[in-house]
Design a protein around this ligand. Structure first.
Ligand SMILES: [Zn+2]
Length: 215
């Protein structure tokens, strides 16, 4: 399937959450498409005022672009809740299904789904579901990688990434688990945690994709 404009907008949005300039090359890498394909789509999106080119940031989304992305997240995450709660999918195999459906379902379908599900606020990965017509503001924003203080935390959100979900599953670390942060090793760049009578040393690169709340 060739990625469409909505996928490009989501890609630029995700790259914007990391540090560094968003270049055509970065977009091409993340989307696994050719450089000319990126240039062509970028031109279209600038013309439609969905993105802006900036000297330091590379590209960023306009309010209009952000609203398109928020609506996609709303669809994606409501579909995820539906798949998990009603069709008994597990949290790590819903992504692909939701990825396809988010581009095909109508607004009416999603509004009714939202109502049927009781207006859930979070997806099964802890991501915030933006209310209709509003911008996405992630409620769970603090990653384990940002934490400086040892103590007790709850796992509130994880990046919706297949390898990460597999890693967490292998270590029996589930969403909403209560963990204790035992040590932070600044030199080795690791976080040593305990939960359910076991311990785990998490590298910083993974700790940055796991969100926690103090308890
Ligand atoms: Zn999710």
């Amino acid at each position: 399937m060739t990625p469409n404009k909505e996928d490009y907008l989501k890609c630029i949005h995700e790259l914007g959450e990391q540090n560094g300039k968003i270049s055509n090359k970065k977009i091409a890498e993340m989307m696994q498409v050719s450089a000319p394909a990126v240039s062509e789509m970028i031109k279209k999106m600038i013309a439609e005022e969905l993105i802006v080119k900036d000297k330091t940031l590379g590209y960023y989304l306009t309010k209009q672009g952000l609203l398109v992305v928020s609506d996609l997240y709303r669809k994606h995450r409501l579909i995820e809740v539906f798949l998990v709660n009603h069709l008994h999918y597990t949290a790590d195999d819903i992504h692909e299904e939701a990825e396809v459906l988010e581009h095909t379902v109508s607004t009416t379908f999603i509004d009714r789904l939202d109502q049927m599900l009781g207006f859930p606020r979070f997806c099964p990965h802890g991501g915030t579901i933006p209310p209709k017509g509003e911008l996405l503001v992630e409620i769970n924003q603090t990653t384990l990688g940002n934490i400086k203080k040892l103590g007790h935390y709850q796992l509130s959100r994880v990046h919706d990434d297949f390898k990460l979900l597999k890693y967490l599953e292998e270590h029996h670390l589930a969403m909403n688990s209560q963990i204790e942060l035992l040590t932070i090793d600044d030199f080795a760049q690791t976080y040593h945690i305990s939960y359910d009578n076991q311990t785990l040393t998490i590298p910083k690169i993974i700790a940055e994709q796991i969100y926690v709340n103090p308890i």
